[in-house]
Design a protein around this ligand. Structure first.
Ligand code: SF4
Length: 323
């Protein structure tokens, strides 16, 4: 099979291809992959995160809605009892004022993820259903299409940090395949415990990845379990198609184009796939969609900006809802 070299792609586009490949093909004997992009903690954000989910747990998680549950909401749904109880009896002392917990309860009740009532001036809560144990494994992937670029310089340091912190169960580097017998990534100073994926595309543009080096299994600290759940929830809620929120689909030059089985942004003004940094408020070539595009159902109701959002949201919902 002829393979296309992906090393010339902007990292942003490479990342979307890796995410799509992972969504369709992540080798997950122990669950189904749920994929997110640019998700992490305050200290470290990963390019691609694959949450390998228990299928039944994933279906049960869906009962809490499509949006992510943040740290405060997780505290509520994980401790809400099956029978009505005063919230302070049900939830462990958070270590900060209880009024913030009450705010989270109000927010959760408004979203329908916890039952709330007031009895004798006390707020009581009850679970709508138990919050499931849906996360089997968390896999972090650093994307570097071209290891010769300056962007790859801090790579060894970043992967070393991931291995040491062990917030994920596995950490990988995904890089553009070179076709060389020994991938350059293997020769670099990256930790033995980080796996390496060599990514290429076939003649139809479909991205495919081969394992050039298997990762070691990391052992997350049990103190980090809550943080892992927060990361998993972000992946669940945001997926990897939320770039439509951080780029400019309301620009007349913005297009979504198919690349293999992925859909990626394309800038008609530049005549190429744009980077995420380029496609921002500061872009000199930005031109708003003409108002006429947004009326009369042209070309799809709401104009191209709204149509791009709708396409990506449909794909995101489809990926999230499988069980
Ligand atoms: S012209 Fe600028 S803002 Fe418009 S699609 Fe291209 S990169 Fe994005």
């Amino acid at each position: 099979m002829d393979c296309t070299d992906l090393r010339e792609l902007p990292e942003f586009i490479f990342e979307l291809l890796v995410c799509r490949w992972a969504e369709l093909s992540w080798p997950s004997g122990d669950g189904v992959p749920v994929v997110g992009r640019q998700v992490g903690t305050r200290d470290r954000r990963w390019d691609t995160v694959v949450v390998v989910a228990d299928p039944k747990g994933l279906a049960a998680r869906a009962r809490f809605g499509a949006e992510e549950l943040d740290r405060d909401l997780l505290r509520i749904v994980r401790h809400a009892p099956s029978e009505w109880a005063w919230y302070r009896d049900a939830i462990p002392d958070p270590g900060f004022p209880w009024r913030y917990v009450r705010e989270a309860i109000d927010r959760g009740a408004a979203r329908g993820i916890v039952d709330r009532r007031k009895r004798r001036n006390r707020v009581e809560i009850r679970q709508i259903t138990p919050y499931p144990n849906w996360v089997n494994r968390i896999v972090a992937v650093e994307n570097k299409p071209d290891l010769d670029r300056s962007a790859a310089r801090r790579l060894g340091e970043q992967l070393e940090y991931d291995v040491e912190r062990a917030l994920a169960d596995e950490t990988w580097l995904a890089t553009g395949a070179t076709g060389d017998r020994v991938e350059p990534a293997l020769l670099r100073d990256i930790p033995d415990k980080a796996g390496i994926l060599a990514v290429s595309a076939d003649e139809d543009g479909v991205a495919t990845a081969e394992v050039a080096w298997h990762p070691g299994r990391l052992t997350p600290d049990s103190a980090d379990l809550k943080r892992r759940l927060v990361v998993a929830e972000r992946v669940y809620g945001r997926g990897f198609r939320d770039h439509v929120e951080t780029t400019r689909p309301d620009c007349r030059h913005y297009e979504l184009r198919r690349r293999g089985d992925a859909i990626v942004p394309y800038c008609a003004a530049k005549g190429r796939n744009q980077t995420q940094a380029e496609c921002a408020w500061s872009c000199d070539a930005f031109e708003p969609e003409p108002p006429a595009w947004r009326t009369g159902g042209w070309p799809i109701e709401g104009g191209p900006g709204a149509a791009c959002r709708a396409v990506l949201e449909r794909r995101r919902a489809r990926a999230r809802d499988r069980d």
